[in-house]
Write a protein that binds this ligand. Sequence first.
Ligand code: THU
Length: 130
Amino acid sequence: MSLIDHATKVRERAYAPYSNFKVGAALITTTGTIYVGCNVENVAYPEGTCAEAGAIAAMIAGGDAQIAEIAVIADSPMPVSPCGGCRQKIAEFAAPDVPVIMATTDGLRVQTTVRDLLPGVFTPDHMSRT
Ligand code: THU
């Protein structure tokens, strides 16, 4: 199964009763393990979490921390784009040239990179004067 296949499968488990917008994410680590996540909404709307955040949490819980590639899919008219917060979350665990595949359930695909998704990423260097 491809990363998109994994993201497609986990998307079905998304809990999105408020937006009705189910999202699935799958990532593969540099060690070759695949982790998946889906969005989990909450009646207190800001408490909802994105699919990418779920996949990243699963990766960390699984003992991995280096993303080699990540894919996101939704039933959207154009390939779903990780939100700003998720871009920063992905950048925490991915090199700038890591591929990000954005997809629709209709079969549209766009491939970009962590670097291109988040120019000017906030890094630990911004907090260091030495
Ligand atoms: N969402 C994701 O899970 N990932 C994205 O990349 C974009 C947005 C979710 C958050 C919310 O549950 C729903 O999609 C609508 O914003």
